[in-house]
Design a protein. Structure first.
Length: 461
């Protein structure tokens, strides 16, 4: 992959500029202009295959002219072929046929002790009676996870809710059972849990470290902001309890990795402050995700807020770039993930593995396209007793492919984005497209600079 060597640009970057740069254009290419001082060159992202090419000013201009013409698509496609810059990964347009299960998330507790009003799971119970998953259901789901796995392959077993630690005994039983199967069959097994952190104990810390869990803790900012968004059901704040409970995990993490996930609303847009505070606490990584669909409809992000979020994300990204070039670690998950995917040339026809190799399992054993579709007929996929409903799965994968989505199929960012979270899109549509394109444009610019100035980082990122 050949890329530009543009100089580092810090404060010159602005959300308004990126919003303009990330606007929809040609479905075949996206242009990244040279910036900064020195002999920098520009780059062209070829959408098919997500490949970034360094080009001189003459070729950049030629591509820009064709990309800007309403009737220039065929000529641009021929130019890409002539330059050896065309061609998508084999099979990228095909709908996968009956993909095997490689990851399950068990809703071991469809109940929660917090009262987060925006929760997609309706404060933990998914709109039904509160319930725990039985050990029998958890072990049967685990058997499904290993049913089509060959030695050397990798699977993941995740625990979510509600709050999964409400049903700690079943969580641990399923973990140990899965571990025994993986050892006997020579399968690589990873574990993950998403928790609100209020029930964590020293013993949990030791258990998660022993089994190498990826632990994601939902924290929505410093104390005041978090307590406003994620209180207990009686309205009391949860921040202090969570931070106290986290100390053993943050201290012990070696095999275990403890990350913070921040749901971004109009009430907690001080992302740089949150990032620095959470990194200071010792989290392995910190990531931000905008609230696009709230059960109560309150505090959802919209066009009025995305400009401010983009400015904050860029501020975090610029600090990441400064720290990286100085040789420091600054675990801003959104940036690290984007740079890694760009470097790999990720070509993503779906936003995630939902309904393909990944399924959610309800407390009763029903299979869903992912953990967000538990109890939602829109993502129903069978149950653990009878297995995956392959007709439902085939229909899902056919209709959810990014090339079958509007306006995705003509968007330059479609294979970097994958079309957006299925649950959010089905429930609310795509209010964040301008923001997503602008953020991706910024990440492409940053990637070009860092690959030129810090290429060794990409070997270990």
């Amino acid at each position: 992959m050949r890329l530009s060597t543009a100089a580092l640009v810090g404060s010159a970057t602005s959300g308004a500029r990126l919003m303009r740069a990330g606007e929809p254009g040609s479905p075949l290419v996206h242009l990244i202009s040279a910036s900064g001082e020195g002999p920098a060159e520009s780059s062209v992202l070829v959408v098919e295959g997500s490949r970034l090419f360094q080009v001189d000013s003459e070729l950049f201009s030629k591509v820009a002219v064709l990309a800007g013409q309403s009737d220039g698509e065929m000529a641009l496609a021929r130019l890409l072929v002539d330059l050896g810059m065309s061609g998508a990964p084999a099979g990228c347009d095909e709908v996968p046929a009956s993909p095997p299960v490689r990851s399950l998330s068990l809703a071991v507790a469809q109940k929660c002790n917090l009262g987060c009003s925006y929760c997609y799971a309706s404060q933990g119970d998914f709109g039904g009676p509160a319930k725990n998953m039985s050990a029998e259901t958890a072990l049967r789901a685990t058997d499904l996870l290993f049913s089509e796995v060959a030695p050397g392959e990798r699977v993941n077993l995740a625990f979510l809710g509600g709050e999964p630690l409400i049903n700690r005994p079943v969580l641990r039983q399923a973990t140990e059972y899965a571990g025994r199967i993986a050892t006997a069959r020579g399968v690589r097994l990873t574990f993950s849990i998403t928790t609100n952190g209020t029930l964590l104990t020293q013993d949990d810390a030791e258990f998660f470290e022993l089994h190498g869990f990826a632990v994601t803790v939902s924290l929505d900012g410093p104390r005041e902001e978090h307590n406003a968004l994620r209180p207990y059901k009686d309205g009391a704040g949860s921040f202090d309890r969570i931070v106290a409970n986290l100390r053993p995990l943050l201290r012990l993490q070696r095999r275990m990795q403890v990350s913070a996930r921040v749901t971004v609303t109009p009430l907690n847009l001080g992302l740089r402050q949150t990032l620095d505070e959470f990194i200071g606490l010792g989290f392995h990584s910190v990531g931000f995700s905008p609230l696009l669909n709230a059960v109560d409809g309150l505090n959802e992000m919209n066009a009025r807020h995305f400009g401010g979020m983009l400015d904050q994300m860029v501020d975090c990204g610029e600090e990441f770039e400064r720290r990286l070039l100085a040789g420091d670690r600054y675990p801003f998950a959104n940036m690290v993930t984007a740079l890694r995917e760009i470097h790999k040339g990720t070509h993503r026809p779906y936003p995630c593995g939902a309904g393909a190799g990944y399924f959610g399992v309800s407390a009763d054993g029903d299979l869903a396209a992912c953990h967000r579709f538990v109890g939602d007929s829109a993502g129903a996929m069978g149950n653990i007793a009878t297995g995956i409903d392959r007709e439902l799965q085939a229909s899902w994968l056919s209709t959810r492919h990014v090339d079958r989505q509007e306006p995705c199929r003509t968007c330059w960012a479609r294979y970097l984005c994958g079309g957006g979270c299925h649950h959010e899109v089905i429930q609310r549509g795509r209010p964040a497209c301008d923001y997503i394109r602008s953020w991706l444009h910024y990440c492409l610019e940053t990637y070009s600079r860092l690959l030129a100035r810090k290429p060794e980082w990409f070997g270990t990122a």
